[in-house]
Design a protein around this ligand. Structure first.
Ligand SMILES: Cc1ncc(COP(=O)(O)O)c(C=O)c1O
Length: 401
């Protein structure tokens, strides 16, 4: 049997359209395909591989745990889960942790908790959830409905109700929507999929104040921004605005599937025995790897390195732009960056992605107008330079048609 891209079309459900390249090996920020072609990885598995590929600390943690204990279910707890939860609690505003397996599941837990909290404390009327246009929170039916692109939740029958949206960074519209029947507000403290959009300080502070005024829980979806991505352990710590519930996944496991919802004791106590759960949530293998990832990222030199590497990316992208005039701006924070295509190249992000791949670079898009970069947080500076050189070739190829 030939294991190639054609096999994908034969045996896989057609909800994805992967590249024709099939990677088989990775080390740090370099990846090799079946033909041994080498790629620099500026995508990081979509902000997941925070320590690159096969980081020794993660490989060791996985191997060690693999020889000890793989799975128990929630009928028993386990040491890696307890250690990781303790670290999450000590490094954030939170007192309590719920483990899930993905970002969507972490958000699902957050939303259910918020609804239950409001029901218990204020009654059934308080069920409204406010979220933001272009926001992305996952693909379960609840989370995709809370997400800000109706196209993703249309066509699956009746949607979960009492969910409304307004524009990100539009405090006036938000103020007009929130009321005493609002139970929760969910947002990304830097919109990722929606195009790499940072919140303004007035917006994020205003949302916090209005949530407090109306007894609504503020949920930060840090699935993409969490675990060092923006240069602080969590983005909220750089914004100076603390949520009531925070979700984290992607980089939490450095490539091993895990997610978590973290919150305060006061809120957590409403998720009583039997109200929610997951067979794999808190799995020892996942938690052992995540503990190693968390320990490695949560170091001053790594977090400061993110900001230093951001500067290298910005300099390099600006130099490319000075030559080719393709971007209107580079936005984002830390190593969650978006090069926004100018009027001339609007809608062509995918062309830049394909040209990057042809030149040995893995990059991403965030919508049709933004080329997104979410590399390893410890990507060597030489790999940044080499990746940018390859990106310049890709830009030249698009510009020269
Ligand atoms: C902000 C945000 N929330 C949630 C998700 C969904 O995470 P998952 O795909 O692990 O369910 C994503 C994935 O891209 C995301 O970027």
């Amino acid at each position: 049997m030939a294991v190639n891209r054609a096999l994908f079309d034969d045996v896989m459900v057609p909800n994805y359209a992967p590249s024709s390249v099939i990677p088989v090996k990775g080390e740090g920020s370099r990846v090799w395909d079946q033909e041994n072609n080498e790629f620099i990885d500026f995508a990081g598995g979509i902000a997941v591989n925070c320590l690159g590929h096969c980081h020794p600390a993660l490989v060791n943690a996985l191997k060690e745990q693999a020889d000890k204990l793989w799975h128990l279910s929630n009928v028993w707890t386990n040491e890696p889960a307890l250690r990781l939860a303790d670290k999450l609690v000590s490094s954030t505003f939170a007192d309590k942790v719920y483990f899930a397996n993905s970002g969507a599941e972490s958000n699902e837990a957050a939303l259910k908790l918020a609804r239950r909290f409001a029901l218990d404390k204020f009654g059934a009327e308080k069920s409204k959830i406010i979220a933001f246009n272009k926001g992305f929170h996952g693909r379960t039916f609840f989370t995709v409905t809370v997400g800000g692109q109706a196209a993703y939740s249309d066509g699956f029958g009746p949607k979960p109700g009492d969910i409304v949206h307004c524009d990100y960074n539009d405090l006036e519209s938000f103020a007009a929507l929130i009321d005493d029947n609002t139970c929760a507000v969910m947002l990304e403290p830097l919109q990722g999929e929606g195009g790499i959009i940072s919140p303004t300080p007035e917006f994020i502070q205003g949302v916090r104040e209005l949530c407090d005024k109306h007894n609504a829980l503020l949920i930060f979806d840090e699935v993409q921004t969490g675990v060092g991505r923006t240069g602080t352990l969590y983005a909220y710590q750089g914004l100076g605005v603390t949520p009531d519930i925070l979700t984290t996944a992607k980089a939490l496991g450095g490539g091993f599937p895990i997610g978590a919802m973290i919150t305060t004791t006061e809120i957590a106590k409403h998720l009583v025995i039997g109200t929610h759960g997951s067979t794999y949530g808190g799995n020892p293998l996942a938690c052992a790897v995540a503990e190693a990832a968390f320990d490695t990222v949560n170091q001053t030199d790594v977090l400061e390195g993110v900001t230093a590497k951001e500067a290298l990316f910005r300099e390099g992208l600006e130099a490319i732009n000075a030559k080719y005039d393709v971007f209107s701006e580079v936005r984002g924070k830390g190593l969650l960056l978006g090069a926004v295509l100018n009027e001339k190249y609007k809608g062509r992000a995918r062309d830049f992605l394909n040209a990057s791949s042809a030149n040995g670079l893995m990059a991403l898009v965030a919508g049709a107008d933004v080329v997104r970069f979410t590399p390893s947080l410890v990507i060597p500076n030489e790999d940044i330079a080499e990746g940018l050189a390859r990106f310049e070739k890709a830009v030249a190829a698009v510009v020269n048609g």
